[in-house]
Design a protein around this ligand. Sequence first.
Ligand code: ADP
Ligand code: ZN
Length: 608
Amino acid sequence: MITQTPRPEEILAKVFGFESFRGLQGEVCHHLIGGGEALVLMPTGGGKSLCYQLPALALEGVALVVSPLIALMRDQVEALKELGVAAGYLNSSLEPSEARQVEEDFLAGRLKLLYIAPERLFTDRFFPLLRQVRLSLFAIDEAHCVSKWGHDFRPEYLKLERLMAQFPDVPKIALTATADPATQAEIQARLGLGGAQVFISSFDRPNLFYRIELKQNPKRRLLDFIQGEHAGQSGIVYCLSRKKTEETAEWLEREGVKAVPYHAGLDQRVRNHHQDRFGKEEGLVVCATVAFGMGIDKPDIRFVAHLDLPKNLEAFYQETGRAGRDGLPADCLLLYGVNDFVTQERFFDNPDAAPEFRAAELSRRQAFWGFLESSACRREGLLGYFGESYQGPCGRCDRCLEPIASLPESQTLAQKALSNVFRTGQRYGLGHLSQVLVGVQNPKLRQAGHERISTFGIGKELNADGWKAVYRQLLAQGLVGVDPEKGGLFLKGPAKEVLKGERPVSLNAARERSKDRPDRPERAPRKGPAPFTRDDSGELFEQLRQLRAEIAGQKDLPHYIIFNDKSLWEMAEYRPQSLVELGRIYGVGEVKLEHYGDDFLGVIRAFA
Ligand code: ADP
Ligand code: ZN
């Protein structure tokens, strides 16, 4: 346990086992320790917890951490205890006797951090206790829960302003991974943090590799992706419908991949069980709807795959953001086809909503489609959407690795496609429209009289798939819209100007995945979470993982609380030979060194 108050840099190394602060962490810590107020916006995996955990250790008294994520409190507290930090939590999952014990420890000043659910904080039983202890700071985690317009609104969060106003001298910090400026302003206003210094990190997740591909036999593609690049690793597969999550999980199981479904329609017990397994087991794939989301803080999720389009770019960012919190490489794969655009309209457009709301949602979808179809670096498009100016190429996305060309004669192609929509009466879907342009003979076209119209057969320079790609891009550019019920396309926005040649259009060539060339030839199946420089490091990693699993099993803790993959990866790579050397490995602080050092050194030595 820590008794005096050393410098933040020392605490970082000794307690957490980290070499240096990440991004703005150092500045935030110094600001808080100096008595300041802070609002911190950092992406998932950016290292928000350290921003209050470390000051809590440097300051006198106990820090109160308000978090709505009951399921995570235990893990966070256990992780702190493993680091030798006195921490506790209070929420509805505790037995009354357990809760009483925590309250006693709190009152006696035996804790450095107390995590508390907002419901609990404002009870008549607990609230008065705050006056009886010395508080070091208030940390409001998931601060966007105060936003009335967000998805995660918690009414109890609105009471926090009053609470904080009652303790003007206690330093305060609010944290969130939600980036948009409107939410930020709302947090400051509603929490009374108008005077707080705002710390905004880049929202780039440098260790994530983005790939977005057209759907061609998506299940097979998913299986190749998992077996070829992520065998034995944990991942999430997002699907739009509940049924599809179940089918996909069953199918993966049959193909030998450990997988379970997760969606809001499952029995609560089953759902909790699957989420629990995901936290504790290694190498489990969860096939889920968006119901699987907030509160997943497993650090070693090595991939997130989307078999359907997420709602918009924010959703895509949040969902993929769950991968690779530990900073090791992780993959994001999104598969989509033109039908997904239509499905999105059907699924996400609500005709009963206010017109402004519908229009705003549509423009967000459109921005997303534009991102999918754009030839620019994915990272550039993604960060650009959040207002960050990032200059590609990033070298870690499909566009950077395999650039796509723009189509020659884009203007003419767009005109043909648009005029075809007009000639056929603005009510046919993509498949039909593409067939008309290519000049396919079939009864359906004949019956509709489309063999006799002027656009029949005028598009032989592309095949039907090529035309579908053109229509997809026209949709993405807002030049055509789609009827969510029937899937028919209609002209929209400045389509007329394009037809008249008054407005330029540029289109990209579709990139087809070649059958005999793997997508990422440089990536053979590998043993560890990241490439090793030595041939046998994968084997040593495996042995270290075994040891970790044994310890985690004995303690009934998730494996990553003992050491996360990055620590094991470094041990396997650098092979420390003494406790001093082991202490320099990522995530090995003094207490873990004392508890587990000899065991892990034993495995490393025996391996040599
Ligand atoms: P967030 O809450 O922002 O999603 P976490 O606080 O869970 O992120 O941190 C993500 C991961 O980064 C954790 O595994 C954590 O141990 C690690 N981490 C945090 N700060 C540092 C640092 N300064 N150096 C190395 N690793 C860090
Ligand atoms: Zn890129």
